[in-house]
Design a protein around this ligand. Structure first.
Ligand code: AMP
Length: 122
């Protein structure tokens, strides 16, 4: 799949539309989800043109990967959610219902998050 540079997160990274920013580094940006599913719901994106984890893990540079993973942890610490716990999640592709075709990890926290995934229908 070719990267679509008109996706909403690409526009946020370029500053063409606003976001509620949490933090920014050389290669990553974190901002609050516009439709939070939990009391804390933050999205962390790499600034580079990677549509999903598959593209990022295959093509990102080591500085980008290091920055991104460190930023994920830093954001959780800065949000004060480490002690009670949090969940990171990234949807990759169609079966995972990925809506925005730019890699993003969700950070969910602030309540008991329940079990990891809905059981398969029997
Ligand atoms: P996913 O289904 O994993 O692709 O999640 C996309 C997420 O992006 C959803 O949780 C949306 O609420 C969120 N979202 C969409 N547009 C924006 C926006 N402009 N600012 C912040 N979050 C957004």
């Amino acid at each position: 799949m070719a990267y679509d540079d008109q996706n909403i997160f690409a526009k946020i990274i370029r500053g063409e539309i606003p976001c509620n920013k949490v933090t920014e580094t050389a290669h990553s940006l974190a901002f609050h989800d516009i439709n939070p599913q939990t009391p804390t719901h933050i999205l962390v994106v790499p600034k580079g043109p990677y549509e999903d984890l598959d593209a990022f893990s295959a093509n990102a540079t080591e500085p980008e990967i290091v920055d991104y993973i460190r930023t994920l942890g830093d954001v959780a610490r800065q949000a004060g959610v480490v002690a009670d716990g949090y969940r990171t999640l990234t949807n990759n592709g169609q079966d995972a219902h990925q809506e925005v075709p730019h890699l993003h990890f969700h950070i969910f926290a602030g309540k008991n998050l329940g079990r990891m995934i809905k059981p398969l229908d029997k």
